[in-house]
Design a protein around this ligand. Structure first.
Ligand SMILES: Nc1nc2c(c(=O)[nH]1)N[C@H]1C(S)=C(S)[C@@H](COP(=O)(O)OP(=O)(O)OC[C@H]3O[C@@H](n4cnc5c(=O)[nH]c(N)nc54)[C@H](O)[C@@H]3O)O[C@H]1N2
Ligand SMILES: Nc1nc2c(c(=O)[nH]1)N[C@H]1C(S)=C(S)[C@@H](COP(=O)(O)OP(=O)(O)OC[C@H]3O[C@@H](n4cnc5c(=O)[nH]c(N)nc54)[C@H](O)[C@@H]3O)O[C@H]1N2
Ligand code: SF4
Ligand SMILES: [Mo]
Length: 739
């Protein structure tokens, strides 16, 4: 028996794990008590990482479709098939004919983080989609407009704040998002224990709401109205105070004018929160010695996602809390951040809408097209139609809107490749599946999520177990070899060296880098014999703000604590003006739409929202017996008044119907949701033909994205509206009666 330490890659919290190893693999998983960030915290998903590794349904060899069936194949056979089929499609239809979807776990995986974009570049397609347009792009877009880079997201300084307002997030279930912070319960309890106040705004009384001093129900999709009314009160009552930020803020007067038409008394009926409460919230926010406003999924994947996200930071700025301890602050990550490289304090800013999707004309955002238009790009004939698809760590059939349409579209493809560890609702459509190693068989460094950490930390873990499965960076580079015409047996080491050289060259050219002015070849020599993501990470760490090396991190298996967040304005900014652009044109233009929402009737219909469950992880991990044990999780929460009106009893099945489709789910009658709101988690519906998930199949649930509407997107970021879908409910039994 021996012990090993690793960072959990399963969610954004990045907890340190202590693993006990024996001949038969991992025998025990505990939180690493010495981890500099998580201090021993662990959740049930992290604790089941050994079960994930041992899952017999997890793929260990490639599968290739032969005579309609997915069959095990060698890696060479799989790549030969991909080379043959893709080249035929490219020859006939050009590069755009291949679409790519990058799924959520690719943001938790060093191989895909470093090489995913390299592959996409080599593939030369603009038909790039990802989970970001069913997730956080509204927040990143707002941040890019305000601060100049989508990576410059202000996170609540949760460990020091005196007052935290959380909208549309349930970190006690999700463990935090765009706020990397293990042990949210502990951190929130500490906030209250030191006399701070926690306010939660959510259409559901969540576990986080139960921890709070104050919870406000809000009608789905109306956060932007509430937030702009809070801004209104700050100006109305003379409470706004930019503090030390004043010299760096442009557009505050415009914001005052924009908010003028949104008095609390005007927005109260739409939001369902009393005007007097809104005024009190604003006063308390302004009066707190330090405060942070934080919004997540419920404020992004909704009809005013970008505008609501912008207003969150407008409040942080106007209360003087942006960039000060206890407020909303900018992390300084050890590697890979655009806001620690290049000229400090100034940059190109956000580039918007440089091209559009073919069918609906939706703008690109951060180089991607909204995933809500993936199905139509496949199923609409014409020049530029997508005929082949590559998915990497994604399950868009379950995770993106109008699942039924997308599933049908995937059947129409000429060819599909998936890099994934399971045959699930999406990969069952593939012609070739290429598995990656299990989380215990690969190294980890949270290159993306440490950009949003509430403390500056750095933690690297090498693979815990050996494997015959090629590392995903090798797989992605073999695909890049195919993309660049080098065939299925390209010189992966050569391509990798070329990429590393480019990284070294860029570091050398960057005046902020610790490697500025150095000879790229010499730099590569210094990080020898490393290859792959380790070589690139080592270069980025050396060039990064702390001038660390990968060897430093290897010597610190519990991580390196780089300290509490520090004020970073103005050097963190990358706007062309070098200012915080508090009233960027794009969102200013959306305020008229927000105002129009005030006139919409509150019509008594039902609105669908989503939720997350602690023991679930988006569309996967439902194949692990310990996680699906117990009470059914895929249920519709319905308020008692609605249940009574609709004739629905607790535990009974209901048909839920929307413009896009319908599903059947059991109902849980509870006053934890507000009247008129129905809550169903996403990620379920595993009982589809061809799926090889034996445990998940027994706990299939229903896919809530059958109900979400691919035609309804938030206009600024193209992000799907997954919270706030009009639905109708009726007892399933009424279906069974004769007509
Ligand atoms: N209605 C509704 N829909 C939603 C949401 C919602 O709130 N409501 N949330 C959205 C959000 S925020 C997100 S991020 C998306 C997530 O949706 P997706 O992008 O589809 O991501 P996941 O469902 O997390 O996982 C997808 C796949 O990754 C595979 N996988 C896991 N680990 C690895 C690995 O190491 N390598 C490889 N190659 N594959 C791996 C799993 O087998 C699984 O098939 O869902 C979105 N969909
Ligand atoms: N256990 C677990 N953890 C996860 C995941 C998981 O699937 N399971 N997924 C991971 C991913 S990919 C992400 S992006 C994060 C997301 O992290 P969170 O944003 O914390 O996700 P949720 O728990 O879905 O919380 C969203 C909340 O928004 C509320 N809501 C819905 N509509 C509205 C609205 O219009 N206004 C307001 N104010 N609230 C609304 C919902 O009721 C819900 O409580 O979680 C990550 N962590
Ligand atoms: S909270 Fe997230 S990172 Fe921590 S153990 Fe659970 S799944 Fe892993
Ligand atoms: Mo997400």
């Amino acid at each position: 028996m021996s012990a090993a330490f690793a960072t959990c890659p399963l969610c954004e919290a990045g907890c340190g794990l202590e693993l006990t190893l024996a001949d038969r693999g991992v025998t025990r998983v505990r939180g690493d008590a010495d981890d500099v960030f998580s201090h021993g915290f662990i959740c049930p998903k992290g604790a089941s990482i050994g079960e994930l590794h041992d899952d017999p349904d997890r793929l260990r060899t490639p599968l290739v479709r032969v005579d309609g069936e997915l069959r095990p194949a060698t890696w060479d056979e799989a790549f030969a098939e991909i080379d043959r089929r893709l080249n035929a499609i490219w020859d006939a239809h050009g590069r755009r004919a291949l679409g790519v979807y990058l799924g959520n776990p690719s943001a938790h995986n060093l191989s895909t983080l470093v090489y995913g974009r390299v592959l996409v570049k080599a593939l030369q397609t603009r038909n790039l989609f990802s989970a970001s347009t069913v997730d956080q792009y509204p927040k990143q877009l707002a941040s890019a407009l305000l601060f100049g880079s989508g990576a410059t997201v202000a996170v609540p300084d949760i460990d020091r704040t005196d007052h935290l307002v959380i909208l549309g997030a349930n970190p006690l279930a999700s463990n935090g998002s765009l706020m990397t912070a293990p042990n949210m319960r502990g951190r929130l309890r500490a906030l209250r224990a030191r006399g701070g106040k926690l306010v939660v705004v959510d259409p559901r009384r969540t576990r986080t709401a139960r921890e709070a001093d104050e919870h406000h129900f809000i009608r789905p999709g109306t956060d932007a109205l509430l937030l702009i009314a809070l801004v209104h009160v700050l100006y109305d009552e003379g409470l706004e105070d930019l503090g030390a930020l004043a010299p760096y803020v442009a557009g505050a007067d415009d914001v005052r004018d924009l908010a003028a038409g949104f008095a609390p008394e005007e927005v109260a009926p739409a939001c369902g929160i009393a005007a007097s409460e809104i005024r009190r919230m604003a006063r308390e926010l302004a009066a707190a010695p330090s405060a942070a406003v934080y919004g997540r999924i419920g404020t992004t994947t909704q009809r005013f996602g970008t505008t609501a996200s912008w207003l969150v930071d407008v409040l942080n700025v106007l209360t003087g809390n942006l960039d000060r301890p206890g407020g909303a602050m900018f992390p300084r990550p050890a590697a890979g951040s655009p806001n620690t490289s290049g000229e400090p304090g100034r940059g190109r800013g956000a580039q918007l809408g440089r091209w559009q999707s073919r069918v609906r004309g939706l703008d690109e955002v951060f180089g991607e097209l909204p995933v809500a238009c993936l199905a139509e790009e496949i199923d609409t004939p014409g020049e530029g139609q997508i005929r082949a698809l590559l998915t990497i760590a994604g399950n868009p059939v379950v995770s993106t809107p109008n699942s039924a349409r997308l599933a049908a579209a995937l059947d129409d493809l000429d060819f599909m490749v998936s890099v994934d560890i399971y045959v699930n609702e999406t990969t069952r459509h593939a012609d070739v599946i290429l598995p990656g190693p299990s989380p215990l068989e690969r190294s980890h460094y949270d290159l993306a999520l440490l950009m949003f950490a509430v403390r500056n930390v750095a933690n690297y873990s090498p693979p815990v177990l050996d494997t015959d499965v090629p590392q995903e960076w090798v797989t992605l580079l073999r695909l890049a070899g195919i993309a660049t015409g080098q065939g299925p047996d390209a010189d992966v080491a050569g391509i990798d060296r070329f990429i590393a050289y480019e990284v070294a060259r860029r570091q050398s050219a960057d005046a902020s880098s610790g490697l500025h002015g150095r000879d790229p070849d010499e730099l590569l020599g210094e990080v020898e014999p490393r290859v792959g993501p380790e070589r690139i990470l080592d270069l980025q760490l050396r060039g990064g703000p702390y001038r660390l090396t990968l060897a430093d991190l290897e010597a610190a298996p519990h991580g390196i604590d780089l300290g509490a967040l520090e004020s970073r304005v103005p050097e963190v900014l990358r706007t062309p003006s070098g200012m915080i652009e508090l009233a960027p044109e794009a969102v200013v233009g959306d305020v008229a739409r927000l105002h129009a929402a005030l006139a919409e009737p509150v019509n008594g219909g039902l609105t669908l929202i989503g939720r997350r469950e602690l023991r679930s992880n988006n569309s996967w991990m439902h194949n692990l017996p310990t996680l699906v044990r117990g009470k059914e999780r895929c249920t519709a929460l319905v308020h008692p008044d609605d249940a009574e009106r609709l004739g629905l009893a607790d535990g009974e099945e209901a048909v839920v119907r929307s413009r896009a489709g319908e599903i059947v789910v059991p109902v849980e009658v509870t006053d934890d949701v507000m009247p008129g709101v129905v809550s169903i988690p996403h990620g379920w519906g595993h009982d589809l033909p061809g799926v090889s998930l034996s445990v998940a199949g027994e706990h299939a649930g229903s896919n809530s994205n059958v109900l979400s509407d691919e035609l309804v997107v938030e206009p600024l970021s193209g992000t799907a509206v997954l919270n706030g879908i009009p639905v109708e409910l009726e007892p399933a039994r009424s279906r069974m009666l004769p007509a």
